[in-house]
Design a protein. Sequence first.
Length: 468
Amino acid sequence: MTNAGEAAGITGREASSQQWNAFLRERDDQVFLLLTLFIGALVGMVVVAFILLTERFGARLYPAGGSPWRRLLVPVAGSAIMGYLLYRFFPDARGSGVPQTKAALYARGGRISLGTVIGKFFCTSTTLASGIPLGREGPAVQVGAGIASVLGRKLGLRPEKVKALVPVGAAAAIAAAFNTPLAAVLFALEEVVGDLHAAVLGSVVLASATSWAMLRLLLGNDPLFQVPQYQLVHPGEFGIYAILGVAGGFVSVAYTKLLLWMRARFLRFPKKTVWFHPVAGGLTVGMMGWFVPQLLGVGYKHVGEVLNGGMALRLMIILLVLKLIAVATSYASGNAGGIFGPSLFLGAMLGGIVGNVANHFLPSYVGTPGAYALVGMGTAFAGIVRAPMTSVVMIFEITRDYAVIVPLMISNLVSFYISAKLQHKPIYEELAHQDGIHLPRAEARQLEGQRQVAQAMRNATERLSAES
């Protein structure tokens, strides 16, 4: 009797599964659309939790003006806890998140495990809350893409649909993490997919907008930075912005090469010592933070000070040099966190330095130094990440000012060109290569996307013929 009952239960489950699969085949596009909306809202809420954990909890762990001992010990303790969690329970949650997401998209059919999502969330939260100066945007990309991947598989979507959800989740994460929905769309297509004409464009836009709306609903309408209005004082300023582009290109290359060199050295250590490596980064940050508290954390508050002319030139120079070393050491030693945010910090400091120096020697030709800090953010991002279109749109979304676009494009182009000449592969590609992952080049990714579209069209034609 029991066997008969079990058999009936199995038969019932199989029938339900067949009915669900038939429903998916008939309502494929509608299900994907609804899932896109749900992913956007869910990822937005998760990223908001991420922000609250890393920023507000971190402000209590190492408060401004607190004890130097706390600034030394908190990063060390946080990196030690994170290292144990990462290498004991969540080995797939290491890295910034962007190379790992691209690897999942092109090498594993878009598959990201639930364990990786959970591990990435908590390991990165521990790292950033303890003052390690890495970014939240890259890890958020992997978390968002992972949520989309897990949901797609749980619902029984076809493999190509699961794969298409990865950039959808990635865009939703960036939109909420940096409060720039248009730049999130471009980043997902330009950097993750590698094709601005990808077939998932509509879904990426929808998820990004939904996630951004969720961010504003939960945390309010305040922008990430309070930015003064940009004003071009003299046409000669375009030349100074070109000089900023040159400086940005060289700083981008120095940052990339230092990070990759240090990471290669850490990777040579025996595997049994790997869990302890992040402590080296935490100790470096703590020792620097003892003397320069502004170094702790990703530093968006201090970026805002530079944008509004509230930081001395000497401190900007100190932060540019020390932050570059601290970020490279923190990331190379294995701390969970991204390079998206730090690249903007470095660019703001560099732009502020160039703007202040130019304003000192050419006061009648130069506007506010904060404008150079703003352009410098995009310049460093274009040189380090090699996503120039995303950079331009991102800075425009921050300012909502069309006047900044021309100097930004000039500086970005120069920085991108110098970086590409001196460092042939982008940093995310190099990081993946160090991990033994060989990502396809942009042309191959575009061809893959075209093949998927063609296959989908053939499947649709076959279904139409069968039903007619």
